[in-house]
Design a protein around this ligand. Structure first.
Ligand SMILES: [Zn+2]
Length: 321
């Protein structure tokens, strides 16, 4: 069971200065994980919990007077020794004043990375699980003169080609979620590599120890990111003990969404989400994966187990600062 959030009138007023800039750190084999943050934002609680009745979800997380709940924007930085890898880049600074007012987001990722001692120039790989506005916003930076430049000038960016294609369709259902300045300039310059299904199904290797895997449902081409440091042959642990973390993206946005049926109203294919969550738990629980949550400000990483009713639950917060 997670902590119940603060009383509703305190949630919306959470001052940005109070948000911890670095949310968690953890060693994973030879790799170092740091959870940075673009701050928090507010989304409708009903949309976040789909058909789950409010009397049930509000036991887990409180809503404010406008039925909004406080969510995080977690960016995971993986230092592998050879590469500095960024997973997701938050909302960024391209929101219109109206949207920024609605979401109450704070655009803190540059400050968060600085607080963690990570310079934008040293990031050499950026991975987006999908291209919704709250996952790739700091891929690029909007300047006062209206120009947009890559935030991480030396990085190769990776996203799924199907996400770019879907964003370009500008469908009535989800066009507000796809802001092309977050990715089009990178695709046009060749700085973003677009992955196809065949590449991902063939292993989805990005660099040694980092790979992507399709977990469709939230969108048709959403990818999780696996972090599995290679271990020296002489000390190779058994498969169940090998250090492994997984950034599961919006398949399971927060630790409050662990029940396989507690999918979001935003999910394009909720039935597929339920099946993909079960597939994920079938590996993540027995192999004791460290699960990294994209939108959980309080619990950015945790191990998962089954309770006595067979439901997945957090077994304990890992390495919270
Ligand atoms: Zn999303």
């Amino acid at each position: 069971m997670q902590d119940i959030a603060a009383p509703s009138d305190e949630i919306a007023q959470l001052p940005p200065a109070d948000a911890d800039l670095v949310r968690a750190r953890s060693a994973l084999g030879e790799f170092e994980l740091t959870v940075c943050s673009d701050g928090t934002y507010l989304l409708d609680g009903g949309a976040m919990f789909g058909v789950v009745p409010k009397p049930l979800w509000q036991k887990r997380i409180a809503a404010d007077a406008e039925n909004r709940i406080l969510l995080g924007l977690n960016t995971v930085v993986v230092r592998t020794g050879r590469h500095t890898v960024l997973i997701e880049t938050g909302i960024g600074n391209k929101q219109s004043p109206k949207m920024q007012q609605i979401h109450s987001n704070q655009a803190l990722l540059p400050s968060s990375l600085a607080a963690a001692g990570i310079r934008p120039e040293e990031v050499d790989i950026v991975i987006n699980t999908h291209l919704h506005f709250d996952h790739c916003g700091w891929n690029t930076t909007l300047h006062p003169d209206g120009t947009v430049t890559p935030t991480f000038p030396n990085a190769r960016y990776f996203a799924h080609a199907g996400e770019v294609a879907h964003g370009h369709l500008q469908l009535d259902r989800d066009r507000v979620s796809y802001l092309s300045p977050n990715y089009d300039p990178l695709v046009e310059s060749g700085q973003m590599t677009l992955l196809d299904d065949a590449t991902v199904l063939a292993g989805g290797n990005i660099c040694p120890g980092i790979s992507v895997e399709l977990f469709p449902g939230h969108t048709a081409h959403m990818m999780a990111v696996h972090i599995a440091p290679p271990s020296p042959a002489e000390s190779r642990p058994s498969a169940s003990d090998a250090p492994h973390a997984c950034y599961i993206g919006d398949l399971i946005p927060t630790a409050h969404h662990l029940d396989p049926t507690w999918v979001m109203g935003y999910d394009l294919d909720p039935l597929r989400c339920i099946e993909e969550r079960k597939r994920f738990y079938g590996r993540a629980i027995p192999k004791r994966w460290l699960v990294l949550f994209t939108h959980d400000h309080q619990t950015p990483m945790a191990h998962i187990s089954l309770n006595d009713k067979g439901k997945p639950v957090v077994v304990g917060d890992a390495a919270r600062l």
